[in-house]
Design a protein around this ligand. Sequence first.
Ligand SMILES: Nc1ncnc2c1ncn2[C@@H]1O[C@H](COP(=O)(O)OP(=O)(O)OP(=O)(O)O)[C@@H](O)[C@H]1O
Ligand SMILES: [Mg+2]
Length: 456
Amino acid sequence: MDNKKMDILVVDDDQDFASNLADRLIAEGANVKTANSAAEAMQTLQDYPFDVVLLDLGLPDVSGMELIGRILCIDATLAIIIVTGRNDLETAVSVIKKGAYDFIVKPIHFEELWIKIVNATQSRQARQTIATFEKEMSVSYGFDQFIYKSQAMHDTVEHLRQLAESDATVLVTGESGVGKELAARALHYNGPRRLKPFVTVSCAAVPETLIENELFGHERGAFTDAFERQMGRFEFANTGTIFLDEIGDLSPMIQTKLLRVLQERSFTRIGGLKEIKVDVRVIAATNKDLQAEVAANIFRADLFYRLSVLPITIPPLRDRPEDILLLAQHFLEFYSQKTGKPFHDFSKEARDMLASYSWPGNVRELQNAIERAVVFGIPPSIAARDITLGPLRQAVHEHAASAGALAPLRAVEASHIAEVLTQCGWNISQAAHMLGIGRDTLYRKIRQYGIVQKKT
Ligand SMILES: Nc1ncnc2c1ncn2[C@@H]1O[C@H](COP(=O)(O)OP(=O)(O)OP(=O)(O)O)[C@@H](O)[C@H]1O
Ligand SMILES: [Mg+2]
């Protein structure tokens, strides 16, 4: 460990404490700066690169608890060690949840703190490697992710390229599974904000209070469980892009609040009065016909016009049948490699079957069908019998769409849980929260229904 290269920021409103600690750290060979308020800390963090931040929780201007999120927005790989007088488990758990690396209670043992700092720096190096990797990954959110040869998709991708350069709000529409999220990511990762955060919020069928909290955060004491102020996704997305997925599902109250953000680029947290300014690009997506929802008074007309400054529609797969076999081959190669089963192609019957199907679930349904076929098939060719069309989720969607046949409750539940897990990136706590059930219950249901995480 090369101590001389370590840059540490000490944030504490107790100036004597901060400077004494700084002296000890300098004696160990670190470069140290101090800040006595949250504002000063944020300024210093903007001006200099640091490896570790030693952060006091009881700052005069902004709570240290909230500052954690803001600091991580500047550099998500920064190691934050909370130095506090509060010696309780609840605080420790909260700060770690907020993203702090570690926690130490005053009066501090310098040796103990030093060990934590050294560990934190090593962990930061690991996280930086991951961050670099993620940056490289952003290349893989480029337009080359789109596999197509149809003129319709060619035009769509060209249009997306133009939209990426602009900073205006984009509304991506299209049926389920056509590639709306892929488009949203490509817009962000090829636009001027590509190195800034890309924050996704799924507005689908989540209770109003949860989604409001998710989007705008809350002030301490805003409701019974609001022990601390919490930032919402809009704040996390600051300087970057917020992707509002399934925007057609928003309640009227949230629609109104969202309209204000779009008009004024500012909002208030739940239970708060202070206007919070944000600089975000908004990309929204929906598989609903928003214009029809406007006509039916379900969606606010003014919000619709704000959102659809730059509208783009991704065509359904059945309208670009040339893409089907190309995509099928692409997914075949992907899943062959993933499973180690050396498939090369499809039998003629299998090809005919794929080409003549209507793909109501679009590219996602095709992808799922190929993934299953690779599991059931025997290399080197996928046969027609290996392909089942209309997977569980699709069946559920179709059932839900046609009023006559109703899907069994189990299937709907399993499908809904899988969907929520995917939306939350398999963050169990978050998914359980969204589903309104406990983590244990969620784990049980995952096992019961055999839901597995898809590696894409
Ligand atoms: N043109 C394409 N080429 C390659 N892969 C694609 C293409 N379009 C979509 N996909 C893949 O299909 C899957 C579904 O795409 P995506 O999640 O973007 O669709 P969506 O429109 O957001 O669907 P939903 O409405 O169900 O949320 C993803 O795995 C995506 O990578
Ligand atoms: Mg989507």
